[in-house]
Design a protein around this ligand. Structure first.
Ligand code: HBI
Length: 98
């Protein structure tokens, strides 16, 4: 079981991730990305995928052409899953791939 962030931890973390939206219903964060074309979108997804595997923390994502939507939440956080430091760390790393 991974520790779920409490409200103050969450607010402090999200202040550092201004382009990510908080989904209260899922206790998750999401961001939508647009790239020049599919090749750029796929290159980005490849970098995220390799890092996610190394971190053992994986995104929920959707891709169509140059658009990539990512949602991050931790399946084994709290009772029904929720936002953990792992999600914050992965989002922070994803930002460095832009
Ligand atoms: N990815 N987003 C997310 N949440 C998890 O709880 C998670 C994961 N990737 C692998 C993983 N957990 C492993 O620890 C196993 O629990 C599957």
């Amino acid at each position: 079981m991974v520790a779920q962030l409490n409200q103050s931890e969450r607010e402090a973390a999200l202040a550092q991730l201004p382009d990510w939206e908080y989904d209260e219903k899922r206790d998750a964060i999401s961001r939508s990305f647009r790239f020049a074309d599919f090749t750029q979108a796929y290159a980005f997804m490849s970098r995220v995928a390799l890092h996610a595997e190394k971190a053992d923390h994986h995104p929920e994502w959707f891709n169509v052409y140059n658009r990539v939507d990512i949602t991050l939440t931790t399946h084994d956080a709290g009772e029904n899953g929720g936002l953990s430091q792992r999600d914050i760390d992965l989002a922070t790393t994803i930002e460095t791939f832009l």
